[in-house]
Design a binder for this molecule. Sequence first.
Ligand SMILES: Cc1cc2nc3c(=O)[nH]c(=O)nc-3n(C[C@H](O)[C@H](O)[C@H](O)COP(=O)(O)OP(=O)(O)OC[C@H]3O[C@@H](n4cnc5c(N)ncnc54)[C@H](O)[C@@H]3O)c2cc1C
Length: 424
Amino acid sequence: MDRIPFAGSFPSPCDVLIIGGGILGSAVAYFLAALDTGSLRVGEGGALLSGGDGEARVPGGLRVVVVERDPTYAQASTTLSVGGIRQQFSTPENILLSAFSARFLRRAPELLTVEGEAPDLGFTEAGYLFLATAKGLSVLERNHALQKALGAEVVLLTPAQLKDRFPWLETQDLAAGSLGLRGEGWLDPYSLLQALKRKARALGVVYLTDEVVAVHTAEGRVLGVTLARQGRMATGTVVNAAGPRAALVAAMAGIGDLPVRPRKRMVYRIRCRDPLPGCPLVVDPSGVYFRPEGDGFLCGVSPPPHRDPDTFDLGVDESLFYEKVWPSLARRVPAFQAVKLMSSWAGLYEFNTLDQNGILGPCPQLPNFFLAAGFSGHGLQQAPAVGLAVAEGILFGEYRTLKVERLGFGRIALGEPLKEENVV
Ligand SMILES: Cc1cc2nc3c(=O)[nH]c(=O)nc-3n(C[C@H](O)[C@H](O)[C@H](O)COP(=O)(O)OP(=O)(O)OC[C@H]3O[C@@H](n4cnc5c(N)ncnc54)[C@H](O)[C@@H]3O)c2cc1C
């Protein structure tokens, strides 16, 4: 990897500068520092081996800086996320990334311990349940076969088996359901973010509150950035983990065609009188999803394309709940006919308009400018895997644990989508 190519007029140099301290930027920072200090080793088949707490900084180790414009994360995708994790995707890379992340999350309380304090991530392996009518059955079966072949613990259930397991579910119009038995469910996004950040800091990563306003390049390489308050900073490598703002940051580096756009997604919190025992995260054939949260449920749906503009506005549209979400909920779960809408919020998907999949790794035209962006609604769960992959790419110049080459910028440059069918 590159270490400080150019100090010149750029003070305070660092080896890796990460733009954006959300879940993806913080995961990259953690894995860089953990691998560099030996706090973590990754063995055969992606086995995670703790190398002790590794909190003592290795002299001469990697200097990693994360620049975050808003450390309250009030508008970050991460903190506004629903926190779901699943292996039920149609793209092999997505299945493998989420499987690695699930393994990491199980070990996270130990791996992310700082000063004897283990984080509680609220990781609840209650599963995802994808439901299909006759129309969607062949897609469900095809995806299921791929997921099984890649080691996911998923089971196909008939309508009778669904009714038996979830008596509160309306199954008459269904042909089947696919249920994740392990490695699927949800976690608390804020806790995971803070745990990664705290551990990264303990391993020597520096977080700066500032905004990157320019990226300086020469002869096909990044030299440094300008920060709004602290001025210029030289760096050997830049990681663009700016979430819904990733295209703006890419444009600063002269990459004008990153197809990542801010798209608003609403989340509604409802309360229902009746409990739904054993409720997983359910994805209805209509696209509406719901899952338990505290004494209620979270639910939502992606808006139709004609109501889905690029926007940084976070105002909530409750009409989507009354027109689309509630009718589907009430059809699927009779108990939901009497729900109360308690609160709602909106966050931004970093939506990849080409294929709704993440874009990670170096840009061919700027090899020391890495991307970790465009995850379109599955970036929270994939952050640990993406963090490891990008860290390996920077440190070793290759992906050693996860085969993610197809998620690189190459497909974007060629306009060849790697389409994900299961976008929730
Ligand atoms: C409503 C909703 C529900 C979701 N549900 C799920 C789910 O169930 N499961 C799942 O896996 N994913 C889900 N997601 C997606 C997930 O939240 C995102 O993929 C993920 O959080 C993206 O992380 P990030 O770090 O790239 O972005 P962010 O969290 O937005 O972090 C990017 C950071 O970069 C900073 N930044 C931007 N530009 C600059 C700059 N120039 N200088 C300095 N800092 C900058 C921003 O301030 C921000 O904090 C959901 C998203 C939403 C909105």
